[in-house]
Design a protein around this ligand. Structure first.
Ligand SMILES: Cc1cc2nc3c(=O)[nH]c(=O)nc-3n(C[C@H](O)[C@H](O)[C@H](O)COP(=O)(O)OP(=O)(O)OC[C@H]3O[C@@H](n4cnc5c(N)ncnc54)[C@H](O)[C@@H]3O)c2cc1C
Length: 381
C-alpha cells in the first residue's frame, strides 16, 4: 500500500518471512489432522505479535488496526486456520482486556498473554444465541465476594488451549443486562465440554465451554455490571476489520497460485494463460484483490485515525469474505480437476474462507447493520 510507513513495511516483511518459514510448510498437515500449530503460535509471542494492539506497559506492541491487519493478511495467506486462532487471542481476548479492563486486571492478565505463555479466547456465542448474541442465557449470580456463572458458550476459538477466558454473561433480566468477566482455566466449575469439528479452519481449535456454578471473584468482573454492550461495541469493529485481512490473504494466495498455474499448464498445445476465458478470471481476481486491499487498508487507516464507524466495518466484513469465496471458487475452476483435488491448497482456501462469511457476524448481520445505518431515516427510526 502506498501509504504504509517504513515501520509497517518492515512489519509486513517480518510477517511474510515468518509465514513462509514457520507457517506455510505445516498448513496442509494441520488442516488434514485438525491440529493446532502451537509451536508457530508461541513464536509469534517472541516476535511481539501476540499483544499487537496492547499497551507496551504490559508487554504489548501498542500498534493499531493497520498493523494488526498486515499480520492477518500475511499469516492468512499461509494458513487461515492458525491466523483465526491468532485473531481470537490477540483481538478478541488481548485487545478486549487492553481496551476495557482496569489497570490491575491488565497487569494481571496481559504480560503472559503477550508473550504467549498464556493463550486466550473470548466467549460470546451460545448454542441458542449466535446472531442474537445479546439474548445470551449464561448467567452470573453475585454471591458475596464472587459470582457463580452457569451456562454454555459455543464455537469458541482456542477453547481447548485457552488459559484465559474473556467472557460475557447475563447479570439481570433486561436484555442488555450483560457483564464481562476474565477467568482462568483452573476456575472451579469451568470446563471445555466439547471439541467441534469443522469443514474449514481446521488448524484452529474450536470448542464449547461449560460453566457449572463457576466461581469467579468480583475482582474478575470487567468494569461495572451491565457494561458489556459498550465493551462489545468497542471491539467488534476492530474484529471485523482485522478478520477481513485473513480473507485478503487468501485472495492473494489464490491469485499467486493461479498466475503460476496458467503459465505452466498446457491444453490444446498452449498455456492456459493464452485462453481469454482464463484471462478474464485471473484479471478479475487481480482487480478484485487490488480493490479489496485499498478498501480494507483505507478503512484501517480511518480506524487508526479515530473514526468509529460500525457501518464501514460491516461493509468491509460483508464484501471481502463474499468476494474471496468467489475468488477461491474461480481459482479451483482455473485448476480444473487438480483444483478440486487436495494436491493444491485451493479447496482449503475455499473451505477456510467460508468461515469469514459466518464468524464475527454473518453476512446477513452485516447487511442489517448497514441497512440500519443508511436507511434509518427512510424507515422512520
Ligand atoms: C469456526 C468458528 C469460530 C468461532 N469463534 C467464536 C469465538 O471465538 N467466540 C464467539 O463468541 N463466537 C465464535 N463463533 C460464533 C460465530 O460468531 C457465530 O457462529 C455467528 O455469530 C453466527 O451465529 P450462529 O452460528 O448461531 O448462527 P445463527 O445466528 O443461528 O444464524 C443462522 C442463519 O440465520 C441468519 N440470521 C440470523 N438472524 C437473522 C436475521 N435477523 N435476519 C436475517 N438472517 C438472520 C444468519 O445470518 C445465518 O445465515 C465462531 C463460529 C465459528 C463457526
Amino acid at each position: 500500500m502506498w501509504f504504509f510507513t517504513e515501520e509497517q513495511k518492515a512489519l509486513q516483511k517480518v510477517c511474510r518471512d515468518f509465514a513462509t518459514k514457520e507457517i506455510a510448510p505445516h498448513a496442509e498437515k494441520h488442516d488434514n489432522d485438525e491440529t493446532f500449530n502451537i509451536e508457530a503460535f508461541k513464536k509469534m509471542g517472541e516476535l511481539g505479535l501476540l499483544g499487537i494492539t496492547a499497551d507496551p506497559e504490559y508487554g504489548g506492541a501498542g500498534l493499531g488496526a493497520t498493523e494488526a491487519t498486515i499480520v492477518m493478511e500475511e499469516f492468512g495467506k499461509a494458513c487461515a486456520g492458525l491466523t483465526l486462532s491468532y485473531l481470537a487471542h490477540s483481538m478478541l481476548c488481548v485487545n478486549n482486556i487492553s481496551t476495557n479492563a482496569s489497570e490491575e486486571q491488565k497487569a494481571k492478565w496481559l504480560p503472559k498473554l503477550c508473550t504467549g505463555e498464556h493463550i486466550g479466547c473470548m466467549g460470546m456465542s451460545e448454542p441458542g444465541y449466535g446472531s442474537d448474541a445479546v439474548g445470551m442465557q449464561t448467567k452470573a449470580v453475585l454471591k458475596g465476594d464472587h459470582y457463580e456463572i452457569t451456562g454454555n458458550k459455543m464455537w469458541i476459538t482456542n477453547a481447548q488451549y485457552a488459559d484465559v477466558i474473556y467472557l460475557y454473561a447475563r447479570t439481570g433480566e433486561n436484555k442488555k443486562d450483560l457483564s464481562t468477566f476474565i477467568l482462568d482455566k483452573n476456575t472451579e466449575g469451568y470446563s471445555v465440554s466439547k471439541e467441534i469439528h469443522k469443514m474449514g479452519m481446521r488448524g484452529s481449535p474450536t470448542g464449547e465451554l461449560s460453566f457449572d456454578k463457576a466461581k469467579v471473584p468480583v475482582s474478575g468482573r470487567v468494569g461495572e455490571e451491565g457494561d458489556s454492550i459498550s465493551h462489545m461495541m468497542k471491539n467488534l469493529d476492530l474484529e471485523r476489520i482485522t478478520i477481513s485481512g485473513i480473507s485478503l490473504g487468501i485472495a492473494q494466495a489464490c491469485l499467486d497460485q493461479c498466475i503460476k498455474y496458467v503459465g505452466e499448464r498446457k491444453q490444446f498445445g498452449k498455456n492456459l494463460a493464452n485462453f481469454q476465458m482464463i484471462q478474464k478470471m485471473v484479471s478479475e481476481m487481480d482487480a478484485e484483490t487490488a480493490m479489496m486491499r485499498h478498501f480494507l487498508y483505507s478503512t484501517c487507516r480511518e480506524y487508526d485515525l479515530g473514526v468509529q464507524d460500525a457501518a464501514q466495518a460491516a461493509r468491509v466484513k460483508l464484501q471481502l469474505p463474499k468476494m474471496v469465496t468467489k475468488i477461491a471458487l474461480d481459482a479451483i475452476q482455473i485448476h480444473g480437476g487438480y483444483g478440486y483435488s487436495r494436491e493444491f491448497p485451493l479447496e482449503r482456501y475455499m473451505r477456510d474462507n467460508k468461515l469469514m462469511e459466518i464468524g464475527a457476524g454473518t453476512n446477513e448481520v452485516m447487511i442489517m447493520i448497514i441497512a440500519k445505518n443508511i436507511l434509518n431515516e427512510a424507515l422512520g427510526k
